[in-house]
Design a protein around this ligand. Structure first.
Ligand SMILES: *[C@@H]1O[C@H](CO)[C@@H](O)[C@H](O)[C@H]1NC(C)=O
Ligand SMILES: *[C@@H]1O[C@H](CO)[C@@H](O)[C@H](O)[C@H]1NC(C)=O
Length: 351
């Protein structure tokens, strides 16, 4: 089980550092970057999700299925050898300093795009990008595959953990090569000539799952520092309890907002669902909950299905610094039985 806490994880990170200057200078561009990847995904025997009724059936099916027979679900491998358009936001401090060649690459959790790091509510307190910039770092936040303004390929076979790890790897390689910005782009020179000397990967929850997998696979080659928030390894890992929280079929929930999301995508239902997942009993700002509902994004059933591909092997090839940060949110809820009689904790591996 990987513990999780959206707002509180952010809060925890923000509060350990010194107070941010009142108006950090934003010097950002948004870019759609083609990322070629090669990954071995898997075609699984899982129920299809084409309606909210299907979603509930799917959630019960995968929650009541014990992870020990993960391999029974495998039909065949699916090689992904494709270029995906990934939407990013690159920010560089207006004034070069000794830290500006250090690029923090930010990966949000499941169901959230890069705006997770870029909160509009009380930014002095909650906006991670502002905080990093004001301390002199450069920042690259991106929408994961199938999320936000990035490509939304097949939600069963294409958006899975292995392909998501390769998207992060591909983006990191491109950044390290100094070729993040296509030469013909009409962007200020400061961005075109930007070539980081160091990469710090920062992630939340499911993003931390991807980062752990990246470190295990690529060791020191892509990462100089790692910050994993909302992430905790325990014996509960691999227990899929998605039925404990409510998702809808996106197009049924809002045909306009979620017009682009087809079969195999699901979205957290409403503010009550989000509150149960992310917010402590008391002491959170209601505006933050409204904002979370406003920026939430669909997820794929393929990501949940591919949980079994995770080995959580120690990242023995990674020798850089790592920081793991968790809030107390989950500790405040003791494990309890859900409607299905399955013992769960109120958070999930894939948040
Ligand atoms: C779950 O889904 C699988 C694959 O579609 C199916 O074989 C199985 O019968 C389902 N199990 C339940 C309990 O619905
Ligand atoms: C599927 O991919 C895995 C991981 O890359 C590999 O170990 C396995 O041999 C592949 N299976 C088949 C049938 O190709």
């Amino acid at each position: 089980m990987i513990l999780s806490s959206t707002a509180l994880g952010l809060l925890a990170l923000a509060s350990v550092s010194k107070a941010a200057p009142s108006s950090p200078t934003k010097n950002c561009i948004e870019l759609l970057i083609p990322i070629p990847i090669k990954a071995t995904n898997i075609e699984y025997d899982i129920p299809r999700v084409d309606s909210t009724i299907d979603e509930v059936n799917w959630a019960i099916n995968v929650t009541t299925w014990s992870s020990s027979n993960y391999f029974d679900r495998i039909i065949r491998n699916k090689t992904i050898d494709q270029t995906f358009d990934i939407h990013t936001k690159l920010c560089i401090p207006a004034k070069a300093n000794e830290k500006s060649p250090i690029l923090q690459i930010l990966t949000a959790g499941n169901g959230f795009d890069k705006r997770y790091w870029d909160a509009e509510v009380n930014p002095a307190k909650y906006n991670y990008i502002d905080a990093a910039l004001s301390r002199g770092y450069s920042v690259l936040a991106y929408d994961k595959l199938g999320c936000g303004k990035s490509d939304k390929p097949n939600g069963y076979t294409d958006v899975q953990i292995p392909s998501e790890v390769e998207v992060l790897a591909g983006l990191t390689r491109l950044a390290l090569s100094g070729k993040l910005i296509p030469p013909a782009s009409r962007v200020p020179e400061i961005f075109k000539s930007f070539k980081p000397t160091k990469i710090v990967h920062v992630a939340h929850s499911y993003g931390s799952v991807l980062l752990q997998a990246l470190l295990a696979k690529y060791g020191d080659t892509l990462t100089d520092g790692a910050i994993l928030t909302g992430f905790f390894l325990s014996s509960q890992i691999g227990v899929n309890n998605v039925a404990h929280f409510d998702h809808d079929y996106p197009r049924a929930a809002d045909p306009v907002r979620w017009a682009e999301y087809t079969s195999g995508y699901i979205v957290l239902s409403n503010k009550s669902t989000l509150q149960k997942l992310f917010f402590a009993k008391d002491g959170f700002e209601e505006k933050l909950l409204d904002y979370t509902e406003k920026i939430k994004q669909p997820e794929t059933v393929g990501v949940y299905a591919s949980e079994g591909t995770l080995q959580f092997a120690p990242a023995v090839g990674y020798t850089g610094p790592a920081m793991v940060s968790n809030s107390l949110t989950t500790a405040q809820y003791s494990p309890h039985k859900n409607a299905l009689g399955v013992t769960v904790v109120l958070t999930n591996l894939f948040r």
